[in-house]
Write a protein that binds this ligand. Structure first.
Ligand SMILES: Cc1cc2nc3c(=O)[nH]c(=O)nc-3n(C[C@H](O)[C@H](O)[C@H](O)COP(=O)(O)O)c2cc1C
Ligand code: SF4
Length: 456
């Protein structure tokens, strides 16, 4: 990776990198100038398609292809920029917004020009107050300089960007939950189809893109699709911001070509596992993606290889390292608590599955677990998600993956914990015992049993 030149983070350490004069002095807004004055929108879509830029928000969907799904005869288009960034341990979008907001604004201008959107809503995570303030100032600067507003750079293209703060819910990062929330409603994901490209914000054709995805676009317009495809692995192209946190000596966000191994991230960029210990669990892209074990650290963190050891995907490429003093029980307890709290509750397998898996983990952690609980949790997890087609959005898939990986990779440790932690008080009634024993193991039946359980 010695000859790799960072582009997305190249301004981060320059003083006042968040201001327009500094951004322009480093070549900023030249791509917008080039596209708006010499290219037509379809050419920008074709270029991004050719670059095979895949979405950085989690799903890895090809960006240019998504843009080309918009109906040809549309009258109005909206763009939503997803800056909700609530996946635990993910902070690359925050750095992009705080340290180089004009790079993002230039990406939005290009994305909107390509998709013919004249209104963009930047939906930002509620807790990101600093990034929000910086963006508000940057948008005002860009408007005053003629990069936003009417007839931008004399091209006839108009664009306004509105920065909209979320209210602290993880589910509002899901693109249709985001749209509902933007419209002032409860952030409940919508059933698809119709996809946002056909019917999105205010029922109009809408593109939803992640912050980092859009930040790649000015560089593609400037340097071309071949340059972009020269970085990364055979099917995962371009630069990527990897966040490294947890039990490492250095918690950083580092830009590297897609496909770096987990081992290199930990040992070279994260300064190694802290206290001279060894890594035991490595979450590769936010907790929804499952985990790698110590003998899987040579896995490449790109869109393809990460699936080989059984992870769900690359996700946000936020790598969390847990050392060999970490208990799989604590990891699962914290993870399942998060999902039980964040499930929006619309789909029975997700609402009940997340809640029951968390309750079971709580009991196991408290010393009241039984070996059969592991099978029950796995059965619940297997019924959750878009792959079996039982839920509206991907939260349930993500919630099930830590359980699936734990049962496949570290089940003996869980069994050992259950066998050696039986001293706790059993917070379980005979009726619950019967239910856990199997009669009501199907999630839809468990939901029926809930009122009964609450009475005992
Ligand atoms: C539960 C859930 C939470 C999500 N949170 C985010 C988020 O915070 N930021 C984001 O960009 N994408 C998030 N996504 C993915 C979005 O639905 C969508 O795929 C993405 O914003 C599309 O942008 P991209 O194609 O540029 O990656 C989330 C998905 C799910 C299922
Ligand atoms: S899968 Fe879960 S979070 Fe997603 S819509 Fe259904 S209940 Fe809500």
């Amino acid at each position: 990776m010695a000859d790799f030149e960072p582009v997305l983070s190249r301004n981060w350490n320059v003083p006042d990198s968040h201001t327009l004069p500094v951004y322009e002095s480093r070549g900023g807004y030249q791509s917008a100038r080039k596209a708006l004055t010499t290219m037509d929108p379809d050419k920008v879509v074709a270029l991004v398609k050719e670059s095979e830029l895949r979405g950085r928000g989690g799903a890895g969907f090809p960006c240019g292809l998504k843009w080309s799904f918009l109906p040809k005869d549309r009258k109005e288009t909206f763009m939503c920029i997803n800056a909700d960034e609530s996946e635990p341990a993910t902070f690359n979008n925050r750095l992009l917004m705080e340290r180089d907001p004009h790079q993002l604004i230039e990406g939005i201008i290009l994305g909107c020009f390509a998709t013919k959107a004249s209104t963009a809503y930047l939906y930002i995570r509620y807790e990101y107050i600093n990034a929000y303030r910086i963006l508000e100032k940057a948008v005002a600067e860009a408007r005053a300089a003629g990069f936003l507003g009417k007839d931008i750079l004399g091209s006839g293209f108009n664009l306004e960007i509105y920065v909209h703060r979320g209210a602290g819910a993880y589910i509002c990062g899901e693109e249709t939950g985001l749209i509902e929330s933007l419209e002032g409603k409860r952030g409940w994901p919508r059933i698809k189809p119709p996809f946002p490209a056909i019917e999105g914000a205010f029922r109009k054709p809408t593109v939803v893109n992640n912050v980092e995805t859009l930040c790649c676009v000015p560089h593609i317009v400037e340097r071309g699709a071949d340059w972009f495809k020269s970085i990364g692995t055979p099917k995962s192209y371009g630069p990527k911001l990897y966040c490294i946190s947890g039990h490492v000596n250095k918690q950083v966000c580092v830009e590297l070509p897609l496909g770096v191994t987990a081992r290199e991230l930990i040992e070279v960029h994260g300064g190694g596992v802290w206290k001279g210990r060894k890594a035991k669990l490595v979450v590769p892209g936010g907790i929804s993606m499952g985990f790698l074990t110590a003998d899987e650290l040579d896995t490449k963190l790109d869109f393809e290889d990460i699936r080989k050891p059984g992870c769900l995907g690359l996700g946000t490429a936020a790598v969390t390292v847990m050392d060999d003093h970490t208990s799989i029980v604590d990891y699962l307890y914290n993870t399942t608590r998060f999902f039980a709290h964040e499930s929006c509750g619309q789909c029975t397998p997700c609402r009940e599955g997340c809640a029951w898996i968390y309750k079971t983990m709580k009991r196991i952690k408290g010393g009241g677990g039984r070996l059969v609980d592991l099978d029950i949790m796995l059965q619940l997890a297997s019924n959750m998600g878009m792959m079996p087609g039982t839920t509206i959005c991907g939260l349930a898939d993500g919630a099930s993956w830590p359980i699936r990986n734990a049962m496949a990779k570290l089940r003996p440790e869980l069994e050992d914990y259950i066998n050696t932690h039986q001293e706790g008080v059993r917070q379980i009634t005979p009726l619950q015992e019967a239910i856990f024993a199997g009669q009501l193991a199907e999630p839809n039946l468990i939901s029926i049993s809930l009122p009964i359980l609450n009475k005992v």
